[in-house]
Design a protein around this ligand. Structure first.
Ligand SMILES: O=C(CO)[C@H](O)[C@H](O)COP(=O)(O)O
Length: 326
């Protein structure tokens, strides 16, 4: 799993002292600073732009500015943000006419390229080509525009699905992330954690940053260990949260397992499917809940739907899993 990165969101900073606020976060152990840029059109708020970012870049040595562009014309600001010292440029998929072209331009400007999706945008909108061309995907866990909103846990299946498709990609979550919600994010597979209010308003930001990092690293270790155990002994894939095993779940599609209802078991079983598929060397691709489809060739499965990283079939086996709403 990729390295855990904690990025305080400056939306919750004292904007009149932005340079000082960013230094304060770096001293508290932040890896990146998440710079929210809003144009008043894509979101109903107006915040930041290249000049203040340039000032921060000059005043805070070694800062990594993770620029989240909540703007209607994402291609328009690439040069300005690069010249201001931006390290990463995240544009919204909803605002992009040609996302791959934006990615090319961002990389040509020597920044990391990332794409963001709003709570209402499904992961199916992110093509394999786009996912493989970016350095990071940002899954918004609130509707963008304002800090201090309630974390939307219903966005976690999207994180889990993207983690399964792109095992080594940075996956960022932003909105309502903090000590109370970190476990959901970490269990779903997020590794870049943006938190505004939870860090800036804390009495001890250092403590919050290290808590978020620690919980996420622990989840990564747990997922890795569980995955190794499954590879060693596939029959151990018992859902310890509900006491149900894979075989039982297969016969009960109407109460499907989802990342939200059974987060740890869901990720374990995605890994199991991925690895057992990979081990057949492309001769057999599994679909649904571990049901082999020997007649589906790699070419044939491409026609049915996308084959994700390591051969996971995304013709709906994961993406269209009925949601468990209770
Ligand atoms: O992009 C954002 C809002 O559009 C912010 O980064 C986000 O809301 C962080 O703030 P908080 O942690 O207080 O929710």
């Amino acid at each position: 799993m990729p390295k855990v990165i904690v990025a305080p969101s400056v939306l919750a900073a004292d904007m009149g002292n932005l340079n000082q606020e960013c230094k304060r976060m770096m001293d508290a152990g932040a890896d990146w600073l998440h710079m929210d840029v809003m144009d008043g059109h894509f979101v109903p708020n107006l915040v930041l732009g290249a000049p203040p970012l340039s000032s921060v870049h000059k005043a805070v040595p070694g800062i990594f500015m993770d620029c989240h562009m909540m703007v209607t014309e994402p291609g328009r600001w690439i040069k300005d943000i690069a010249e201001a010292g931006g390290s990463s440029y995240t544009f919204h998929l909803e605002a992009a006419y040609d996302p791959l072209d934006i990615v090319r331009k961002v990389k040509a400007a020597n920044m990391r390229a990332a794409v963001a999706i709003n709570p209402g945008t499904p992961t199916s909108e992110i093509s394999n080509e786009l996912g493989e061309s970016v350095d990071m995907i940002l899954v918004m866990t609130v509707w963008p525009g304002y800090g201090g909103q309630k974390f939307m846990k219903e966005c976690m299946p999207k994180v889990a699905e993207l983690r399964a498709r792109f095992p080594n990609l940075d996956i960022e979550v932003d909105g309502g992330v903090g000590p109370k919600t970190i476990d959901r994010c970490a269990d779903a597979g997020a590794n870049v954690l943006v938190a505004g209010t939870a860090i800036f308003a804390a009495e001890d930001p250092k403590e919050v940053i290290s808590f978020l990092r620690q919980r996420c690293e622990e989840a990564q270790e747990r997922i890795k260990a569980e995955r190794e155990q499954i590879l060693f002994d596939p029959s151990s894939a018992i859902d310890d949260e509900e006491g149900e095993d894979l075989a039982a779940l297969e016969g009960r599609r109407s109460r499907a397992m989802t990342p939200l209802s059974h987060p740890r078991a869901y990720i374990r079983n995605l890994a199991l499917r991925r690895d057992s598929t990979a081990s057949t060397d492309g001769k057999m691709i599994k679909s649904g809940y571990g049901v082999p489809s020997p007649s589906v060739s790699r070419r044939g499965s491409d026609a049915l739907g996308a084959v994700g990283d390591n051969g996971v079939l995304f013709n709906g086996a994961v993406g269209m899993t009925p949601m468990h709403t209770d």
